[in-house]
Every structure is written in C-alpha cells, then in structure tokens.
Write a protein that binds this ligand. Sequence first.
Ligand code: AMP
Ligand code: GLY
Length: 413
Amino acid sequence: MKYLVIGSGGREHAIAWRLLNDGSASEIYVAPGNGGIEDKYRIDIQIDDFEGIKKFCDEKKIDLVVIGPEIPLVEGLADFLSENGIRSFGPSKKAAMIEGSKLFAKRIMETYDVPTAGHWDFTGQKSLIEFIEKQEKYPLVIKLDGLAAGKGVAIPQNREEALAFVEENVKPDSRVFLEEFLEGEEASVLSISDGVTVIPLVAAQDHKRVFDGDMGPNTGGMGAYAPAPVVTPERMKFIKERVLQPVIDGMRSEGIPFKGILYAGVMISGDKITVLEFNARFGDPETQVILPLLDVKLSDLLNAAVDGNLDKFNLTFKDAHAMTVVVAAGGYPGNYEKGKEITGLESVSDKLMVFHAGTASKGGKIVSNGGRVLNVTSIGSTLKDAQQNIYDEIGKIKFDGSFYRRDIGYRAL
Ligand code: AMP
Ligand code: GLY
C-alpha cells in the first residue's frame, strides 16, 4: 500500500519510519516532512493545503493518508478527503472537537460521567477577574477554549500571575474556564478506535516541563517513555471502562463517531484517576516510544480502524521498554534560533534511532528548524537499559545552543 503522512514533527517521522520498517508500506510520502525524511519522499505541500493534498493523492494513487497534527483534523481534512473518495486515518472535524474545544470535551465528560476536574465557565475578562479577585486557593488552572498550541493552559501560583495571564490572553469573546488544580502523576493513555471498539495502546509518560526535575515552563514535551508503570493493569482497566469506552459510545450516540487515536491525558493520585484533556491524534513525543514497541504491523492496525474491524484485532506490544529524549534549541519554549548545523548524527550506534522533529536539510547538511529538534530514541529490555543507551551517546549529537533533559524516565526508575 501507498501512504501519505501529513505533518512535519518527530511523530510523523516515527509513523513513516514504522510504516516503512515493518513491511507495511511499499511507498510512503510525508508532507511537508522534515530533514529526517529522504528528499524523494518529502513532499512540499503544507498541512493546510487540502487541494494540494488531494491532487497528490490522486496522482500517486495513495491508499491511506495518516493525519498527524491536530490542526488539519480540527479543520476537517479527514472529511474533505472522504468527500473526495480518499481514505484517511484520523477523526472527522466534528469528532476532533474533543481536542479542538476544551469546553466540548468537558461537556462530553460530564454527560457520560467520565471523571474530570470541576470547572467554572466565563466569557471575556470581567466576571473572570471578579472571580479571581475573590479566589484564595492557588495554584489555579485557567484554560482557554480552542486550539492554542499548548499555550491555552496557565497554572498561576498566585493572584498576580492569574490576573496577568487573563489581561494578556483573554479577549472580550474568549471562552475560558477555571479548573481545580490536581496533584499527582500524569500519564498519556492513547487508544485507537473505529467508532465502536476502542483498544488502549501501551501507556506512556511525557515530561512537559523544560528543565530537569520538572522545573521551568511547559513545553510540547521534552521526552517520554513506555510502558509507564504508573498505569497499572487495574488503572488501565478503569481508564478503558470509565474513560475511553464511554467517550466512544457517547460520541457515537450523538452522531459524531470518533475514529482515530483518542488520547487521554490523565492525572493519577492513588485510586483517583482524573482526565485533564483529550487529544484527537497521536501524541508527540509519545508516539516515538509507542510505535517501536508495537508487535503488529502498523498498517494492519490503522486499516482495521478505518475499516471498522477493530473488534477482531489482536493488538499486542513487545515485552520491552522504549525511551525518547528531545534535543531542543536554546531558548525553547521561548524564542530560539533556527538554521544551526547539526553534527554527529552519523556517529551514533544502532542502539539509537534518531527521529527528526524540527530539522531541515540544506545543501546536504541537516540544520535545526524548530524548538524541539531531534528525538533520540532507544529500546531496551529494561527502561534503565534504554535510558543508558541514550545518555551514553546523545552528547555526540550537537548544534549551537542545543540542550536536553538529563532525567527522562526518573519517575519510573
Ligand atoms: P491540558 O492541555 O489541559 O492537558 O493542560 C496542559 C498541562 O497542564 C497538563 O499536561 C498538566 O500538566 C497541566 N494541567 C492541566 N489541567 C490541570 C489540572 N486541573 N491540575 C493540574 N495540572 C493541570
Ligand atoms: N506530548 C503531548 C501531546 O502530544 O499533546
């Protein structure tokens, strides 16, 4: 089969790598891809160019389009392709609202009795500021509705920080809500659904803060590992029965079946499991540790979901551990420079897989082209082995200003 992967991050590099390496694909293209994708497979079409994507699929007779990022999903790429007779993996525009609107997700969770934090809704600044003026308990969680590339959530530690965030980010028509602050350990439970059946993938844990010890601002994710032992078999059973299946059943009953990856970000504290958010896509960098552990062909899994055959699918994972460490550009998640030459990529051993995230190829050289630049990944028979493999060699890969966390996996080790 011929595949087109939409996106340009480490997630998309990992999807393309897996499809090529497990015998899934005869040909695979990535639009727009990054410096890790060979030139002949990298297609210069942007993710919002729906017509361009359609034209390419027609020309190359693409069998399945795998949509990586949330933006084209929320903007209806899956619907557009389907209207044009092109198969794709990823939810419809309406179903992707589970990620695209945090208020929609709250409504679904409340309707179908999925455990989530209590919340208070506001529109614009006035009543929100009045509420904050009276609020004594901090930290507080403020969430803007709508996609905000990870910048829609603030966790102010005091009233001044809360008011500053509101002043800067809440427009007169912004829909926003406050949520109680939850303590505990976070995990990413991705699952795959055909709209009826839902099957959890191996649980992963991301590291959202930029610095070691979970310090500094939130990022898109600085590293991940799987399996995450915090998601014990009992907790996974609870998440499947009380979170994933009710959402899939509820959305189907409302006429918006969810087909694709349903990703639940959960907070775990003892027996208490609470959903923080849903994503409608593969996580990044979680995908970079989940896909290497998959013990089936990725194409079989994706096609079973698209064709509505997951009830007969026996999804298994390897008995191994995977870790990925993000190499980022100096200044990320704030301002950073691009175009720095990356050296040492050829010098690492085959214990590592280096997925490219924010890179470009330029005159035969690989240069940085984003904040999260590379995902240095390894599989081991233990998590410790995978971690050791990475930290033994990650220092060989360098560019001006590059940095990475040195403690990925610490909660499990
Ligand atoms: P979200 O996009 O809703 O997952 O929020 C981004 C990050 O903010 C999460 O990964 C958590 O680290 C943190 N967060 C969100 N909601 C809460 C909450 N209610 N309590 C504590 N932390 C939260
Ligand atoms: N790693 C978090 C996300 O993909 O949203």
